[in-house]
Design a binder for this molecule. Structure first.
Ligand SMILES: Cc1ncc(COP(=O)(O)O)c(C=O)c1O
Length: 316
């Protein structure tokens, strides 16, 4: 099996074997054997890995949740074709990106002619309220797994097809259509992106905005001015995880907005708001974010917050 650096497919023992982040893996060996890392967004690395024809599958998030890392245009389509050329399955983990999050039902729908062999869905499949997940597979994969009557239960679990989960899933799919969720994700995502881009020239630590629909990564970077540079270095020397927390905590405490750091050891905050947000919500977020940026760029003001962070070191 192939997986990418920073990949996140879950933390159960099979999935953690495909986790591209050391801090999640540590302490959980042994892993599923023969799982191999391949470079992110690199078709020639993928081809070299596939060429031996011993790869069962390439498991990939169309947009990585840890960092909101977006592949170059054409990568996913070419990667899927390459997998098929060498007899490997292309598995799209759309647990986070699926059901409208990126502005289309699946994120791969925006990637040209990508033909996955399996698609994994969850999270928004119940609007986040009821545990439900789904694995969509091609007929050929289905036939291989459930190839005869005595193999009909070869892969199952107690709550698979649980009635409440199925009802919640169907209700969410109906709501997805009724609320035009994908269109709203495109519209509100564009508003957020434009608003954040407009703030960029004013705040030197605001480095990059990566956005597809309502999946948004805000990356911060080292400032140029001397005073801020000192504060940035001191904070990173204390702990590589802290800066993003200095954004997330005041957003919650001062503005009642919950968002997340986008992963370990990175200066990225991730926004994955409900797909039903409206223009007022976008305005609320942008003014809250502006307020947090103003305070963070003042150096002296957030020192008490930074000291608190140093003491508490909270990780998301
Ligand atoms: C892309 C992706 N795949 C898989 C998972 C794991 O799902 P679960 O926590 O239900 O095992 C997550 C959870 O965050 C995810 O973001």
């Amino acid at each position: 099996m192939l997986y990418a650096p920073k990949a996140f497919h879950g933390l159960t023992s099979g999935a953690v074997s495909l986790n591209g982040c050391q801090s999640f893996r540590q302490g959980f060996a042994p892993y599923v054997p023969d799982c191999r890392l391949i470079a992110f967004n690199d078709l020639s690395a993928l081809e070299s890995a596939l060429a031996a024809r011993d790869v069962a599958a390439f498991v990939i998030e169309p947009i990585q949740g840890k960092g909101v890392n977006i592949h170059s245009p054409g990568y996913l389509q070419a990667a899927a074709q390459m997998c098929h050329k060498y007899g490997a399955l292309f598995i799209a983990d759309e647990v986070q990106t699926g059901i409208g999050r990126t502005g289309s039902f699946l994120a791969i729908d925006q990637e040209g002619d990508v033909e996955p062999d399996m698609v994994v869905l969850s999270k928004a499949l119940s609007g986040g309220y009821v545990p439900v997940g789904a694995v969509l597979v091609r007929g050929a994969v289905w036939e291989k797994v459930y190839s005869s009557l005595d193999r009909a239960v070869v892969h199952s679990n107690t709550f698979g097809q649980g009635a409440m989960a199925m009802a919640a899933g169907l209700a969410s799919l109906a709501a997805y259509d009724e609320t035009n969720a994908a269109q709203n994700a495109r519209d509100m995502g564009a508003l957020l992106k434009n608003g954040l881009e407009a703030l960029k020239p004013r705040f030197e630590m605001l480095k990059d905005i990566r956005q597809r629909g309502l999946m948004i990564g805000i990356e911060f970077g080292a400032p140029k001015s001397l005073l801020l540079k000192g504060a940035w270095s001191a904070l990173h020397a204390m702990d590589e995880n802290l800066f993003a927390q200095a954004v997330v905590i005041p957003l919650m405490e001062d503005h009642r907005i919950i968002c997340q750091v986008a992963g370990h050891n990175q200066d990225v905050v991730k926004l994955i708001p409900p797909l039903v947000i409206n223009q007022d919500d976008v305005r609320w977020f942008l003014s809250a974010f502006e307020d947090v940026m103003i305070k963070l760029h003042r150096v002296t003001v957030p020192l008490n917050l930074l000291a608190r962070l140093g003491r508490n070191a909270i990780f998301g």
